[in-house]
Each structure stands twice: as C-alpha cells, then as structure tokens.
Design a protein around this ligand. Sequence first.
Ligand code: 13P
Length: 259
Amino acid sequence: MKNKIINNKIVVANWKMRLSLKESLILAKKMKNKFKNFKSGEVVICPNFLSLCHTKNIMENSSINLGSQNVFWEEKGSYTGEVSPGMLVEAGCEYAIIGHSERRKYILENYEMIHQKLKAVLNNGKLVPIVCIGENTEERKTDQRDFILTDQLYQALSGINIVGEQQIIIAYEPIWAIGSGITIEPAEAKYAHKIIKLTLNDIFGMQVVKDNFRIIYGGSINSRNVKGFVNIEDIDGLLVGGASLDEDEFYKVAKAILK
Ligand code: 13P
C-alpha cells in the first residue's frame, strides 16, 4: 500500500456491473487521458473483476488508482467464485469496496461477512478497505438512521485492531439515494457523517480516527449537485456510481471535490 496522506480527499468510481470488458477498457483509456494533468487528491476506479488487470495496464503512468468492488474473507482455498485480498493486490488493486448495499440486497451479504472481509483485508495489509454503510427508506422514515449507522459500524468494526498507518474508509451510502436520482441534502449528509465520526471515536478513540479513517459519501452524486458537498466537515470524499460512467462528468465531480 502506498504511503497515502490521510488528509487527502478521495473520489472513487464504482462502475458496478454496468460495463462489459470492452466498454470498461474504452472508458479506462478515456479516464486516463482526461485525468492526465490532474494532481489533487486521490482518484480510484473500481471496474468489474474481469477488467481489473487490463485496466491496471492502461493506468500505467497515471495517477488513477485501482479498486475492487468486492473481496472474499479467505486468502486461498476451495471458495468457488471468490477472489481474495492477495489476488486483488496481485491484479494491481490498492482499494477494496466491502459490503456495498447492492451486495447486501442481492447476495444477502451481512455485517458478519463484512466484518470477516474487513479483517482479511487488514490482515493482508496492502489494500485500503472501503466499508459501506447506510440506512434504507423505511429506516429513514421511521427515524432509525442514527441507530442503524451506529449498529452497522459496531458490527463491521468491533474488535478490529488497526496497526500503524493502515487506512480505513467508511462510505456512507443511504440506500434510498443510490441510483435513485434523489440527492440527500448536504446538511443531512453532514449530520450523518458526524454520527459516524462520533461512533468511530467511541470505538477507536479520536486520535486513531483522525490518523486512520476517512468518511466518504455516495448516492446520486453528479456534476450539478456536487458543489453542495464541497468543504463540508467530515466529508472526505465521494463514492460515485452513475456519474462515473462518463469521463467528462466524473472529471467535473472529481475536480469540484478535490481542488
Ligand atoms: P449512484 O451514484 O449511481 O447513485 O451510485 C452510488 C453508489 O452506489 C456508489 O457505490
């Protein structure tokens, strides 16, 4: 893992299962070209597993880093269809998204699994985990958001030992805002990030949180609404889905938050 500066803001593109191998490589080339003089913050692209190695080759001599959309909790063995932290590092990844709500919904991934995955990534030591949390529509409507966020954090992180400069990124992605075009009010995001920060402080203590954690926001971010999320305390970056599928749009988002 590169010795990153934790104060850097970060923008992560999650391409989900939206692009074929061919389409991923075309977009990767366009991204490389678009960001060639871009030096601020960190930019990460998470293509599908099939496209990782090819994307890594394309990103040679570029400041864009690579991340995976998922990871398994064992390093090797009879786990058909899974990919381990070490394999992702070998493919050139520096980041791994863990527990995205779409995996929680469609693959029934739960926070026990998310906890195992996080532990495996931290044991490997060469990947920065991006742990996703967030409430659904019903939980928001019934005023359970704060409890849900705290509970998810405790389930994912309790008993985790953070050593040295190991970084962890928490991605707050309210499920109701993902892919819906409904944007959260920046003030609501700010409040949720504060809850997350305070919970992390409770679990790890303020110094560890300051030195080792970043909290980023995701959910229907685009070039039109990103301005509301610039310079908000406790928002250290963005996790972008739909708007990361076009190099001009993603560049505008990255430029707004990273400059
Ligand atoms: P959208 O930006 O498309 O809402 O997706 C957000 C997301 O799920 C990123 O992981």
